[in-house]
Design a protein around this ligand. Structure first.
Ligand SMILES: O=C(O)CCC(=O)C(=O)O
Ligand SMILES: [Mn+2]
Length: 223
């Protein structure tokens, strides 16, 4: 059985039942444990429809580096990285068509999660869908391509567990590590909105629902 070091023990690795707790991880940041669990089956069904139209792809960075995480989008705006850098676009460059629309279920999940921790009225118009395989990771970065930093980020984890890195406002600041499991939702905003964050390299394992994958939905108000 794969071990994830000090953050996971064997029983916890596939934690799967709702724990319904709210953990505060910063002045304005929270993990809602198991918040998305009641909606996992319809979320996955909608993801299948979205990715038939807008397939997962490994994006390039401006420096010509291929990202290890596969990505796609739904919603009015889709986050893109290519040789021109990071930005939001309304058309999927693979199809030249608009990104698939944001399912009402996604919009409500993000709205409800944000409202639960005090961010009322969150109306996401972008959902970046990240797919990690064992070995995929996301380096420390800030989410700063959005126009209004008063709007929070709502981030839903599905499938294999991961270690979320939550740093400070400087890349060199101390980083906290939080294990994220299937169904957990992280929300950060306010004074924490521009904190550096990332995801450690996924360990080799199989998840009972999503196999050898972790899927993350990152909801943002892009414009
Ligand atoms: O996968 C995650 O939990 C974080 C994803 C993220 O930070 C991003 O897509 O900007
Ligand atoms: Mn991010």
């Amino acid at each position: 059985m794969a071990q994830q070091g000090f953050l996971f023990d064997e029983d916890e690795f596939f934690r799967h039942g709702a724990s319904d707790s709210c953990e505060q991880i910063g002045a304005a940041s929270f993990i809602l444990r198991g918040f998305a669990l009641p909606k996992v089956a319809p979320i996955i069904a909608r993801l299948e429809r979205i990715t038939e139209v807008a397939a997962f792809r490994q994006m390039q960075t401006a420096g010509g580096h291929r990202m290890s995480v596969e990505m796609t989008n739904c919603g009015e705006w889709g986050w893109l990285s290519d040789e021109q850098g990071y930005r939001y676009v309304q058309l999927d460059p693979l199809s030249a068509k608009p990104w698939p629309s944001m399912p009402a279920l996604f919009l409500k999940l993000a709205y409800d999660a944000a409202a639960t921790v005090g961010y009322a009225g969150f109306a996401a118009n972008a959902c970046l869908i990240n797919r990690y395989r064992p070995g995929s990771k996301m380096s420390l970065h800030q989410d700063k391509n959005e126009r209004d930093f008063n709007q929070p980020i709502v981030s839903v984890s599905l499938g294999l567990p991961a270690v979320f890195l939550f740093g400070g406002h400087e890349r060199s600041d101390k980083v906290d590590k939080h294990a994220l499991f299937h169904g957990d939702v992280v929300i950060w905003g306010g004074v924490d909105r521009l904190r550096y964050h990332g995801v450690m390299s996924l360990k080799e394992a199989e998840h009972p629902v999503l196999g050898a994958h972790r899927i993350n939905l990152t909801f943002r108000k892009a414009r």
